[in-house]
Structures are given as structure tokens and as C-alpha cells.
Ligand binder design. Structure first.
Ligand code: COA
Length: 331
């Protein structure tokens, strides 16, 4: 998927082998980036850690001031290869755990999970994680991609654009929604002993109350998809497999209850963040780490847009309509 986004075409077997070797060679966490992460409080949001790490990687990149296509491609691959180490290590340090070194005998997703948990995961879990990474990789002119485009259009550098994009993604109306979904589940209360039906009934009641209070419920609705997000069925199938794998039907109950109540009341459909949140929860990721997982994947889409923007650049500068007083006089 990363190769396709950057090159506009799927790789041949040889190209894939070369590309995978390049990605595997760039997985280690730069010791200086690690030092910077260690200097940040464990109370800081993991998205702030990601944003800071991207910025430090940019300042330290040997091609920092080179924005040629070749240099940008190298920077994009470097960011893509190293971001899992940032996300995984940041989650670990919050639990007082050491960095886990990457393994170059594992694929991207298997290695990501290895670095996060220090244990190899079974193929079903790796596959579900991989599905989420593919679905998150690219999504046209969403807010963070547009942010990256605007920054690039000033002829600033790739890492500045990615750093800004991470800031935009953090918000709960955008990528932060996958984290917010889990907060909703927590607010309703996850009761492992509960049956699917009992959990669904409580979730439905919670949603009816939330909508009566005119609350916005994260993980539902989309600026573009007004009749359902085309990525949801694929991610929901991955979530179903994880629910079966971990034996957690009550989570499906909460999921179904919220979805049904929202559909009945407002016909608003879930977006990708809705099934992604509980999937990451089941895998063992801390809730604030969910949006950084999105970052690690979206690096590919953002940087593809950055390179495309530079290929035929024009400064992005919208006009605004002034509606203040016509003229002021000094007293
Ligand atoms: N919960 C409750 N009501 C919602 C809603 C949600 N998640 N999303 C939309 N609505 C309601 C709005 O309140 C509005 O109701 P009203 O007409 O009674 O005022 C109506 O649906 C139309 O919504 P609107 O705000 O015009 O849609 P939008 O295109 O501006 O918003 C989002 C799109 C994504 C910003 C919005 O759906 C939202 O905030 N969703 C939650 C955040 C989220 O999951 N983001 C991830 C997106 S991938």
C-alpha cells in the first residue's frame, strides 16, 4: 500500500523485496529521538510525543533542507519505517518498560506489534492490525492532509508538513475520534461478565440519553460519507474476528447498541474510527495510543500528497470576507 501511494503503481516482486528491505533497515529508534521522548513527561499525550518525534527526526535528517523528489521519498520512507518505534516505545515507557528492538524477520505489522508488546502475536491479530493500517493509510483531502498540503505549498519541508498534519489529526473531530470512541465505551462501562444483549441494551439507553442531551458522539458521522463510510465493513469484519479471538461478546453488544440507537434516532452511520477503537483496545493498546497508530499509517498518505503538491505547486491562500466596521478613527 505504501509503495502504491508513493509510486502510483503496485510494485513487482523485486521492487517489493527492495522496498521491504529499505523499510526494515530503517526501523530502529534513533537514540537522540529516544532521549527527547524520555525528556517528555509520561503524562503528555502520545500525539504530542509523535508530533515532537516527527519534528526532531526532521531537524536531524541529513537531507533536511533538500526538498527534491528523491530527498522527499527518502524522508517519507524513513518516517514510515521509524514511526512504529516511536509509538510502541512511548506506550511502553508509560508502563515503565524498556524499548524493544525491531526485528527484520517480521513484516511491518507483525514487527509493530512485537515492538509494542515484546511478544510475537498470532497471525489473526497481525492480520486485523494490518487491515487497520491499510484502511488508515490514505483518505483524500481530509483535514490533516489538507494541513500538510497548505504547509507544503509555502515550500516548507516535508517534516514540517507532517508535524502540522499530526497536530490536525489529534482533534476528536478527526483522528482523535478513535480514542474518543473508547472513552464512550468506558463511560458506558465495560463489564466482561455481561452478555451481548445486556451490554447492547445499556449502550442503547446511553445513546438515547446522549442524543437527547444533544451530545456529539465520536465515531459517528462523516463530512463526506453521508450514507455510511465504505471502510467500515472491512474494519468491522476485523473487529468481529478480534472479538471472537479474545472471547469478548459484551464489546460487540456495546458496539451494536450504540450503532442501532444512533441509526434509529438520526440515521447517522459509524465511521472507520468506530470499529478501529475497540479493535486496538482488544489488542492491548492504551486508549491514548490509538491516534498515534493512525499517524504511523497515514504518514504514507500525507507524504504522497506532499510530493504531489510539490510536483505542481501553487501557494494555498484562501480569502476571507471582512465584515467589521468600515473605518475607525483614533480617539
Ligand atoms: N453525534 C451526534 N450528532 C451528530 C454526529 C455525531 N457524531 N455527527 C453529526 N451529527 C448531527 C449534527 O449535530 C447535525 O444535527 P442537527 O442537524 O440537528 O444540528 C447533523 O448530524 C448534521 O451534522 P453536521 O455537523 O452537519 O455534519 P458535518 O458534516 O459537519 O460533520 C463530522 C461531520 C465528522 C464533523 C461529525 O459527524 C462529527 O463531529 N462526528 C464525530 C467525530 C468523528 O467521529 N470524527 C471522525 C470522522 S472520520
Amino acid at each position: 500500500m505504501a509503495y502504491l501511494l508513493w509510486n502510483g503503481e503496485l510494485p513487482t516482486k523485486e521492487q517489493l523485496a527492495e522496498f521491504a528491505a529499505r523499510e526494515r533497515a530503517g526501523r530502529a529508534l534513533d537514540p537522540v529521538v529516544k532521549q527527547v521522548i524520555d525528556a517528555l513527561p509520561v503524562t503528555s499525550h502520545p500525539m504530542d510525543v509523535c508530533r515532537t518525534a516527527a519534528s526532531v527526526m526532521g531537524a536531524r535528517h541529513p537531507l533536511a533542507e533538500d526538498s527534491s523528489r528523491e530527498a522527499n521519498m527518502a524522508k517519507a520512507v524513513d518516517l514510515f519505517a521509524a514511526m512504529p518505534a516511536v509509538v510502541a516505545y512511548d506506550q511502553r515507557r508509560r508502563h515503565g518498560q524498556e524499548l524493544v528492538e525491531p526485528r527484520d524477520d517480521l513484516g511491518y505489522s507483525a514487527n509493530f506489534l512485537w515492538m509494542a508488546f515484546g511478544e510475537e502475536q498470532v497471525p489473526e491479530v497481525v492480520e486485523a492490525f494490518n487491515v487497520s493500517m491499510i484502511l488508515y493509510a490514505e483518505h483524500s483531502f481530509n483535514a490533516s492532509t489538507f494541513t500538510a498540503r497548505v504547509i507544503t505549498s509555502t515550500l516548507s519541508d516535508l517534516h514540517s508538513a507532517v508535524t502540522g498534519a499530526i497536530g490536525a489529526l489529534k482533534g476528536p473531530l478527526h483522528g482523535g475520534a478513535n480514542e474518543a470512541v473508547m472513552h464512550t465505551f468506558d463511560e458506558i462501562g465495560i463489564r466482561q461478565e455481561e452478555s451481548l444483549e445486556e451490554a447492547a441494551a445499556r449502550a442503547k439507553a446511553w445513546m438515547e440519553d446522549a442524543l437527547a442531551k444533544k451530545k456529539k458522539v465520536m465515531g459517528f458521522g462523516h463530512r463526506v460519507y453521508k450514507h455510511g463510510d465504505s471502510r467500515v465493513p472491512t474494519m468491522k469484519a476485523a473487529l468481529d474476528k478480534m472479538i471472537a479471538h479474545y472471547g469478548r461478546p459484551e464489546l460487540l453488544g456495546l458496539y451494536n447498541g450504540l450503532e442501532t440507537a444512533m441509526d434509529e434516532a438520526k440515521a447517522i452511520k459509524p465511521n472507520l474510527d468506530y470499529p478501529a477503537g475497540p479493535t486496538y483496545h482488544l489488542m492491548g493498546f492504551d486508549t491514548p495510543t490509538f491516534t498515534p497508530l493512525f499517524v504511523a499509517s497515514r504518514i504514507t498518505g500525507w507524504t504522497a500528497h506532499i510530493m504531489e503538491q510539490l510536483d505542481s505547486n501553487s501557494l494555498i491562500r484562501p480569502l476571507s470576507e471582512y465584515n467589521g466596521v468600515e473605518e475607525r478613527h483614533l480617539p
